[in-house]
Design a protein around this ligand. Structure first.
Ligand code: 0RA
Length: 643
C-alpha cells in the first residue's frame, strides 16, 4: 500500500516535471510561441482525431474557433479510453493529457504515423492552456475532466449519457506564453483543406463563432474530398489551362511505406510540387521528392526513347525539362521520419526515395502505354522546354560577353541610403511612385532606401523561368539589391553574397490589393531569390488601418478590436479615420507607425510563409475568390456533421 503510494507520487512528479518543461521551453515542443505555435496547438489536437479516422473509426472532425479564441475539436471516433491505467494509477484519458508523448501508447496494433514535426502530443496543448476540458462519449456515458496549465482541476466525472462515441477537446491557449492569441480563420481553413485532400473520405468542418452574420449563422466551411490527391491537384490547377485533361495518380505501398502521388501538366512553365510526410507539408522536400523526380525523369525518358519521340529535339534534355508545367502532390506515410534542414521540413529517410521512384515508374509506365495521345503531348512539351532553355542560354551567353548579366548601374527609381554597411541597411519595396514619394520623405536617409515598384507586373507565376529577366521591374529589383545570377555550381542560382541590405521590407497598403502585391513579391522571392528568405532578410511592414482621435488623445490601430478598445476608453465621440492606402498617410504618420525602427512592427517572412503564399497564389492566380469557392463546391461532396 505504502509502496503503491510512493510509486504514484513518483510518476506524478515526473508528469509535473514533464509539463513544466513544456511551459518553460514551449518553443522546443511546438516550434515557437508566435502565431505559428498558436495554430500548431490546433493541428496537434486535430492530428489525434485524424489518426483515429485513419484507424477507421472516425469520419467527422469539427474545429470551432470560439468567441474567446479558445478552440474546440470534436470527433466521432471511439473516444479516448477512460479506464484506469494500471501503472500510472490514473485514467487513460489523464495519461494522454498529462504524459508527454503518451498519445499512441494504448493502441500499438494500429498504424500510427502522426509524429515528427507535430506528434508532441495533446499533453503539450494541455500544458500550454490556461483551461482545457476533455469530454469523452464512450460506454453509453459522457465523461468530462478539466485542467489548467496541464494540471487537473476536477476529477474525471460522468456528466451525462450518450449512445454515440467520440472525443471533444476545448482549450484556451495561455496568453502569458503566446505572443499572439487571436486565431486566423484562413490559416486554419488552409490546413483543414489540405487535410481533407490528403485524407480522402474524412469530413473536416471549420466554424468561427467570432464572425456571426445577421441571421446568427457563424462563418463556416466544410472540407471533404472523395478522390483525395486527384482533387488536390485539380484544385491547385483550377485556374490554369491544363495540358492534358487528366490527372495521373497512384496509391500503393512499397517496402511497407504507403505512397500516394497525383500529378498533371499545365501550359505554364512552372514546377509546382507539394510534398507531405505523415500529413506534414515538407517545404524543403527530401527523399520522397527526389524519388518522385527520378521516377518521372527515367520513365518519361525511356518512353520517349522507346517510341523514338526525341529524334527531332536536337538539344540535350535536362531533368528540369520534364517538370516544365508540372503540378504534383506527393504524400507518404513513414513510421519513423527523420526530418532535416533549416526548418526541419526535409525528409531524410533514404529508403523512401526508392519506394516513391519505383511506385511512380510502374504507374506512369502503364499510364503512358495506355494513353499514347497524352504521352505524346507531354513529351512534346518536354522537348519544347529544352529548346526554349537552350535558346535562352545562348542569348544570355551573347549578352554575358558584353556586360555582366545583372549588374551595371543602379536603377534610376532607387532612392539609396548613404550607409554602405549591408547589416545596417534597409530597403523598402513600395507600390507605385506616389507611395514611393511619401516613403522617401518618411525615411531615415542614413540607412533606409526606397524602391517603388509598379503595380502587379511582377507576376512570376505566369512568366517562364528563362524570360523572367526580360521584365524591367524585376531587373530593377536585382540591381537595387545587388543580387546577381549564377554561381559556379548553378548558373541559374541567385548570388546574394554582395547584397546591399539585410532588411528587405515589403510595404504595401493594408487592403486586399496590397496583400495581393505582398503575396506576389513573397512568391517572387520564394521562387527566384530564396536565399534572401533563408537568410532572414525579407520582412513585411504593417501599416495601421485606422487612426482614432478623441480630443488630445490619438492612437493608431491595426484591428477593429483596437478601435473598439479606444472607443471604450475615450467614448463615442471618437473620430475614426480609416486609411485607404499608404498614399493617404503623411510622411510623419508613415514614419511613426510603419518605418521607424522604434515604433514599427516588422513581420519576418519565414520560408514556410513564403511557401504558403506561393501555394495560395498559385491556386488563386490572385484574382477570383468566388471562382475558387465554385470550384470546391463542384469538386467536393458536402456532408453535414451530426455532432
Ligand atoms: C487511445 C486509444 C484509443 C483511442 C484513442 C486513444 C483516441 C484518441 C483521440 C484523440 C482525439 N480523438 C481521439 N480518439 C481516440 C482506442 C480505444 C479503444 O480501443 O476503443
Amino acid at each position: 500500500m505504502s509502496e503503491e503510494k510512493e510509486e504514484y507520487s513518483a510518476s506524478n512528479i515526473q508528469v509535473l516535471e514533464g509539463l513544466e518543461a513544456v511551459r518553460k521551453r514551449p518553443a522546443m515542443y511546438i516550434g515557437d510561441i508566435s502565431e505559428k505555435g498558436l495554430h500548431h496547438l490546433v493541428y496537434e489536437v486535430v492530428d489525434n482525431s485524424i489518426d483515429e479516422a485513419l484507424a477507421g473509426y472516425a469520419t467527422h472532425i469539427e474545429v470551432t474557433i470560439n468567441a474567446d479564441n479558445s478552440i474546440t475539436v470534436v470527433d466521432n471516433g471511439r473516444g479516448i479510453p477512460v479506464d484506469m491505467h494500471e501503472k500510472e494509477h490514473k485514467s487513460a484519458l489523464e495519461v494522454v493529457l498529462t504524459v508527454l508523448h503518451a498519445g499512441g501508447k494504448f493502441d500499438k496494433g494500429t498504424y500510427k504515423v502522426s509524429g515528427g514535426l507535430h506528434g508532441v502530443g495533446v499533453s503539450c496543448v494541455n500544458a500550454l492552456s490556461t483551461y482545457l476540458r476533455a469530454e469523452v462519449r464512450r460506454n453509453g456515458k459522457i465523461y468530462a475532466q478539466e485542467y489548467s496549465c496541464g494540471k487537473p482541476t476536477t476529477d474525471l466525472m460522468v456528466v451525462g449519457e450518450s449512445d454515440t462515441t467520440g472525443t471533444l477537446v476545448t482549450f484556451l491557449p495561455d496568453a502569458s506564453i503566446f505572443t499572439v492569441t487571436v486565431y486566423d480563420y484562413s490559416t486554419l481553413a488552409n490546413r483543414l483543406r489540405d487535410l481533407a485532400f490528403l485524407n480522402a473520405g474524412i469530413t473536416l468542418k471549420l466554424t468561427d463563432m467570432r464572425e456571426v452574420d445577421a441571421d446568427g449563422n457563424p462563418r463556416s466551411e466544410t472540407f471533404y474530398s472523395s478522390k483525395g490527391l486527384r482533387e488536390f491537384v485539380a484544385y491547385i490547377d483550377s485556374n490554369k489551362e491544363s495540358l492534358i485533361n487528366d490527372v495521373i495518380d497512384l496509391k500503393t505501398e512499397r517496402q511497407g511505406i504507403p505512397v500516394e502521388v497525383a500529378f498533371t501538366y499545365n501550359t505554364t512553365s512552372n514546377e509546382n510540387i507539394y510534398s507531405f510526410v505523415n500529413n506534414i507539408n515538407t517545404i524543403e522536400g527530401g527523399t520522397h521528392l527526389t524519388g518522385f523526380r527520378r521516377g518521372l525523369t527515367t520513365t518519361l525518358k525511356k518512353y520517349a526513347d522507346d517510341n523514338n519521340l526525341l529524334k527531332n529535339a536536337k538539344v540535350e534534355i535536362s531533368g528540369d525539362d520534364f517538370r516544365d508545367g508540372l503540378t504534383a502532390v506527393i504524400s507518404v506515410k513513414v513510421m519513423e521520419p527523420q526530418f532535416e534542414g533549416q526548418t526541419k521540413t526535409k525528409l531524410g529517410n533514404s529508403e523512401v526515395a526508392g519506394a516513391v521512384s519505383s511506385a511512380l515508374s510502374e504507374a506512369l509506365g502503364y499510364y503512358l502505354e495506355e494513353h499514347p495521345a497524352e504521352a505524346k503531348i507531354i513529351v512534346e512539351k518536354v522537348v519544347l522546354a529544352a529548346q526554349a532553355r537552350h535558346a535562352a542560354m545562348e542569348a544570355r551567353q551573347k549578352v554575358l560577353r558584353k556586360t555582366p548579366l545583372i549588374g551595371g548601374g543602379l536603377p534610376g527609381k532607387l532612392t539609396d541610403c548613404s550607409s554602405r554597411t549591408a547589416e545596417d541597411c534597409e530597403i523598402f519595396l513600395v507600390e507605385g511612385d506616389s507611395a514611393g514619394g511619401t516613403a522617401k520623405q518618411a525615411r531615415d536617409r542614413q540607412f533606409q532606401a526606397i524602391l517603388p515598384l509598379r503595380g502587379k507586373i511582377l507576376n512570376v507565376e505566369k512568366a517562364a523561368p528563362h524570360r523572367i529577366l526580360d521584365n524591367q521591374e524585376i531587373t530593377n529589383l536585382f540591381r537595387a539589391l545587388r543580387v546577381t545570377i549564377g554561381t559556379e555550381e548553378d548558373p541559374k542560382a541567385p548570388n546574394i553574397s554582395k547584397i546591399a541590405y539585410h532588411k528587405i521590407i515589403i510595404m504595401t497598403d493594408a487592403d486586399v490589393d496590397g496583400a495581393h502585391i505582398a503575396t506576389l513579391l513573397m512568391t517572387f522571392f520564394f521562387r527566384r531569390m530564396r536565399p534572401v528568405i533563408e537568410q532572414g532578410y525579407l520582412y513585411l511592414a504593417t501599416p495601421p488601418l485606422f487612426k482614432c482621435k478623441c480630443g488630445q488623445n490619438e492612437e493608431y490601430c491595426w484591428t477593429e478590436a483596437q478601435v473598439q478598445n479606444f472607443v471604450g476608453r475615450f467614448g463615442e465621440k471618437t473620430l475614426v479615420q480609416r486609411y485607404k492606402g499608404l498614399g493617404e498617410m503623411s510622411a510623419e504618420e508613415l514614419h511613426v507607425t510603419t518605418m521607424s525602427p522604434e515604433h514599427r512592427l516588422l513581420k519576418q517572412v519565414h520560408i514556410s510563409d513564403a511557401a504558403e503564399a506561393d501555394r495560395v497564389f498559385s491556386m488563386l492566380m490572385g484574382e477570383d475568390v468566388a471562382q475558387r469557392r465554385d470550384f470546391i463546391e463542384a469538386n467536393a461532396t458536402y456532408a453535414n456533421i451530426d455532432a
